[in-house]
Write a protein that binds this ligand. Structure first.
Ligand code: FPP
Length: 257
């Protein structure tokens, strides 16, 4: 069920799974002569906007790159500020997630996060577990190579235990051992701030995703800017390595609502 779809967006061609590299918070703040953390704060507001638009417009899964494994290298003060912001977001977001039927989940290495963030994550994930309109996956301390290495470790353990024949390992086996196998394929990766890098984001799940880049800095991402990205996605012809438009991947992405 889609509501108030912006002009030019086709409800039948909404991406089931959108994944976003939220870039440009620092530049946004710098442009105003402010500390970087203010860019992240405004970025958290854009998270709310894009989450609610996605749920209303029929996206079934939204994965947001909120903190990468590489982000631990940032100055301690910025990392601390981001963790505080995350805790704050989790303290205040539950009503919006409930109103929009959004289930929260996490991919990455949440065990590396401070306990105060982990405790809030558990609380919001438990409270939203029954919501079925859309899943919001926060990628936290996430790295795509680390995720694939984790899948390899889980598969190797089964081989070592004698319960899995190495000859039976297929791409589907790997997909089934990723952080959240239910996430499926990504249809559309959006990167803001005019950058054109993958930055270790969902390398397994996004091989047939359409990449949309926008010059908009993440804190400026509003309904109109997000709708423009989705219109760009809908202009693409997806062939999945075949010759005909409208082909499909052998892996499944969540079906649009
Ligand atoms: C990249 O911008 C952004 C991040 C590393 C953090 C993303 C965090 C948020 C959007 C806010 C908090 C998240 C949630 C879910 C509440 P950058 O700092 O690298 O920007 P720059 O390239 O302009 O310096």
């Amino acid at each position: 069920m889609t509501a108030d779809l912006p002009h030019g967006l086709d409800p039948a061609r909404m991406p089931g799974h959108v994944a976003v590299i939220m870039d440009g918070n620092g530049r946004w703040a710098k442009g105003k002569g402010w500390e970087r953390i203010n860019g992240h704060k405004r970025g958290a507001e854009a998270v709310r906007t894009v989450t609610t638009c996605s749920a209303r417009w029929g996206v079934r899964r939204l994965t947001l790159y909120a903190f990468s494994t590489e982000n631990w290298q940032r100055p301690a003060l910025e990392v601390e500020g981001l963790m505080r912001l995350l805790a704050d977001y989790l303290d205040h977001e539950l009503p919006t997630l409930m109103d929009n039927g959004v289930r929260l989940t996490v991919i990455g290495q949440p065990e590396r996060l401070p306990e105060r963030v982990r405790e809030r994550l558990r609380r919001v994930m438990d409270a939203t577990a029954g919501n079925a309109r859309m899943t919001l996956a926060l990628a936290l301390s996430y790295g795509g190579r680390e995720e694939i290495a984790g899948a390899c470790r889980r598969i190797a353990a089964q081989v070592a235990a004698g319960s899995l024949d190495p000859a039976a390992i297929t791409p589907e086996t790997v997909a089934a051992h990723l952080d959240d196998p239910a996430g499926g394929e990504v249809d559309c990766v959006i990167r803001t701030a005019g950058e054109h890098r993958l930055s270790n984001f969902l390398p397994w799940q996004a091989i047939y995703a359409e990449y949309v880049t926008t010059p908009v800095l993440w804190p400026d991402m509003d309904e109109a800017a997000y709708a423009a990205c989705l219109r760009e996605f809908q202009r693409r012809e997806r062939r999945f390595g075949g010759v005909e438009a409208g082909g499909t991947s052998r892996f499944r992405s969540p079906s649009p609502a």
